[in-house]
Write a protein that binds this ligand. Sequence first.
Ligand code: 17E
Ligand code: FE2
Length: 416
Amino acid sequence: MKIVNARLRKKSRLHTLEITDGVFSQISAQDGPVVCPQGAIDANSQLLSPPFVEPHIHLDAALTAGEPSWNQSGTLFEGIERWSERKPMLNETDIRQRVLRTIELLVQNGVQHIRSHADTSDPSLVGLKTLCALRDELKDKIDLQIVAFPQEGLLSYPNGLALMEEALTFGADVVGGIPHFEYTRELGEASMKKVIELAQKYDRLVDVHCDEIDDPNSRFLEVLACEALFNGLGSRVTASHTTAMHSYDNAYCSKLFRLLKRADINFVSCPTESIHLQGRFDSYPKRRGLTRVKELNEAGINVCFAEDSIFDPWYSLGNGKLLRSLDFGLHICQMMGYQDFESALDFITDNGARTLNIQHRYGIETGKPGNFILLDGADDYSVLRRQGEVLLSVRHGEIIMQRTPARITTPAWIQA
Ligand code: 17E
Ligand code: FE2
């Protein structure tokens, strides 16, 4: 496959790219636009980017909003309760259909790498087992990492620990946790130590739903980061949500950041989810409830954005468009300067890839897998501002999604 007239992120010149045997074999700068040779793809000076990364989504729960009842309060805890009513109705066919429909939405919007949580607070583990099976079946088509996620507590849910070990033995890629949901602070802390211990025992990554609450006293992140540091796991560990950090005292945060920088763990923020679920116990003023994305990023700590939910008991909107999450995130975190816009796509591309620990096979570089998307826009700023559609998605040199942009007709008087 040959692509000409492609704009690359953070580069001014147009480029020609070649993919041979599924791998980028040549990438060269052009002196100016060229005529597209027969059989090649003309990028028409549009932005060619590595695929989007969805680093945090719950595929097992996707497309179940309102079944059997709706989350009325809009709180995380009611979401967990509504989901516990849906869980007994799960079966393999139901899960497969919803997961595939959700993956289709993601693929239509440029995603090729996904990390999904799968609830292990279920004696049958049907969600986790079905997701692991789908991961293996689809491995040549899409990257799927499965987190064994103890939704109702690793140590508080009956047999939670045994179910986690069963999930890891079955083949889950990542160990999850939910310390703020454990019955006590002691159990929350113990669960963080256990998660790190399991990651070492089974040689897996870690991704914890950590401090997803407005409680400024929810401080499990420091335990997770410290355990990651002391055990040398660093970049293999991710803290998702960390919304309590929004409410931490600034002096405490300053101390915490010293540890976070040394620990080198990753962060995932889910802007649409957190602006919706957090602040629910506030009157006015209402907290935004997003972690300190701007400050983490400025401190050189890896942060990425994710959707978390698509039409599930926690969040009844969502459509697979990470550009939408990015738009929300930049607004809510007040990252609205020119420099923020210039590199905005980092939050849904490179930073997500780092979180998934796939950097070695991610990016537009010779020798790496020939995966890319073509976006309607010339650079990060214009794609973000226009919410540019994904025009093309190529994986290992093969087109997996192609979009023909809508044709809009306007009257002559409006045309400049
Ligand atoms: N479960 C959870 O604990 N938190 C979330 N944000 C979702 C599921 C979507
Ligand atoms: Fe989540």
